[in-house]
Design a protein. Structure first.
Length: 156
């Protein structure tokens, strides 16, 4: 499909609450495909619609086990705790220590608007929480403990 421009921290769209998706139209299908292409092109683990300038409750995540498309996601349950480095495609080259739940259960719809629940631990739980926060107008930098630092990336 297409690579979209990723909005950077300071862009006011990143502070807005996204609107619920009522149905998946061809335009929404294209958006989801473009978001996946954009995330992979940028070597990211997740991307939320506002990061590409669209105020819809849509996010995509892939931490290495294949893509997860989340339409209208919510966190139903969270427990445990993990603290680790977190980064964001909207804050290029930077990372910071963030505490997140170690385990979550989300409720969402896929790109065919089929309802599902998914349980996640560790990195996937972190990614779900990070992307869902974007949909509520928040960024991980609000949670960083001790400030941002230069991100260190490892080749797979």
């Amino acid at each position: 499909m297409a690579i979209r421009q990723i909005r950077l921290a300071g862009d006011p769209i990143l502070n807005k609450v996204c609107k619920e998706v009522k149905q998946v139209t061809p335009m929404i299908e294209t958006l989801i495909e473009d978001m996946l292409d954009t995330m992979y092109e940028a070597n990211g683990a997740g991307l939320a619609a506002p990061q590409v300038g669209v105020l819809k409750r849509i996010a995509v995540v892939d931490v290495g086990d294949g893509p997860v498309v989340m339409v209208n996601p919510t966190i139903m349950k969270e427990d445990g705790e993990q603290t680790g480095d977190e980064a964001c495609l909207s804050v290029p080259g930077k990372a910071g220590q963030v505490t997140r739940p170690n385990h979550v259960i989300i409720h969402a719809y896929d790109k065919q608007m089929q309802e599902y629940e998914m349980e996640a631990n560790e990195l996937l739980a972190r990614a779900f929480c990070h992307e869902i926060e974007h949909l509520d107008g928040h960024m991980y930098i609000e949670r960083v403990q001790g400030g941002l630092h230069d991100a260190v990336y490892q080749e797979a």
